[in-house]
Design a protein around this ligand. Structure first.
Ligand code: SAM
Ligand code: SF4
Length: 322
């Protein structure tokens, strides 16, 4: 089992497969994707090696992310590789949802268990304002289809002071009868978005208080859970999660490691650098790769330093996946 010097265990891998994106969310890629680095993304064989190494070290859940992962034509094969790796019990995908309606059945058949779809507003004009794409309707149709196919669905929504925080009740109404989980995520500062962050960061704490006052109860996390505090309510089919990276002790329950689309291990979303694994992957020696992962994990720090404004090497979250 991968365990760090603070006793945290890592059974959850976030695997980025591209940093390219077709949306221009104003908190992430306001000018759209800029091709300023090599696009030498992990191949299927490399993904197979990495997945096996993590699985042999106790990883049971993989989330595929990006950039926009569905821009890769071999996404279905990638899902299948992850799902067929012994030890991997759950495969999830984070997506902006533009390919959901078209591809969800083939992703599900390949072994996908769960998706997180980013929907920052249920108002089509505001959605287009935030993401640069007028695609809310087709994304919501994809969400319906995913639910019908039996895929677990979570909706990621970033809380933004100047845009969507007054959409909270509209979002809650949506999950009254829909069995999906809404996850409100506090905006994080990255290298590129400081002014935007200052103008838009909105704390999740008032929302937590509001939920508790309205009869929502907090759910105890299971070991494969992500970083959200989750709530349920007897009158609602869906759940609500809050992700508050600036809250005290957020990092104490960290259970995930990250691999970038070019094969670098990131010990934290906001680490100073990625640690290159490609030469080891190419050498084909599984044991050496596993030993190196254990060795590099020794450098994982207790916490990110986001509260002090340090964002490490992360210019935007499309570089690595949120
Ligand atoms: N393109 C896919 C999507 O948008 O779902 C996957 C990659 S995206 C980087 C993953 C998640 O990170 C999305 O839910 C997005 O809203 C979130 N995200 C991006 N920038 C963020 C920021 N600065 N703070 C908090 N979350 C952010
Ligand atoms: Fe693209 Fe996702 Fe970033 Fe939006 S949040 S620009 S969809 S990578």
């Amino acid at each position: 089992m991968l365990e760090d010097k603070f006793g945290r265990r890592f059974h959850y891998l976030r695997l980025s497969i591209t940093d390219v994106c077709n949306f221009s969310c104003n908190y992430c890629l306001p000018d759209g994707y800029q091709c300023d680095s090599s696009r030498d993304f992990l191949t299927l064989d490399e993904i197979r090696h990495i997945t096996q190494a993590f699985a042999r070290l106790g990883t049971s859940k993989i989330r595929i992310t990006g950039g926009e992962p569905s821009l890769r034509k071999d996404l279905t094969d990638i899902i299948s590789i992850c799902a067929n790796t012994p030890g991997i019990e759950q495969v999830a995908l984070t997506t902006n949802g533009f390919r959901l309606k078209r591809d969800i059945s083939q992703w599900k058949n390949a072994g996908l268990d769960a998706i997180n779809v980013s929907v920052d507003s249920l108002d089509p004009r505001q959605f287009a304002d935030i993401t640069g794409q007028n695609k809310l309707a087709i994304i919501l149709e994809g969400v319906e289809q995913a639910l019908e196919a039996g895929v677990k669905v979570k909706i990621n929504s970033i809380l933004l002071k100047q845009y969507n925080h007054n959409q909270f009740d509209t979002f809650l109404n949506w999950v009254k009868h829909q069995p999906l989980t809404l996850r409100f995520i506090e905006l994080m500062q990255t290298g590129d978005n400081q002014a935007y962050f200052d103008a838009n960061h909105f704390s999740g704490m008032p929302l937590k208080n509001r939920l508790l006052q309205q009869g929502w109860s907090q759910i105890i996390r299971d070991k494969a859970a992500g970083p959200a505090q989750e709530f349920h309510h007897p009158d609602y089919a869906g759940r609500v999660g809050l992700i508050m990276p600036y809250s005290k002790d957020f990092c104490a329950s960290c259970n995930r490691l990250r691999i970038s689309s070019t094969g670098k291990l990131h010990l934290c979303l906001f680490a100073e650098q990625g640690l290159d694994l490609r030469s080891l992957i190419h050498a084909g020696d599984q044991q050496a790769l596993q030993n190196e992962l254990i060795n590099l994990l020794g450098n994982k720090e207790a916490t990110h330093w986001l509260q002090d404004g340090f964002t490490g090497a992360t210019k935007n979250l499309a570089m690595l996946g949120g």
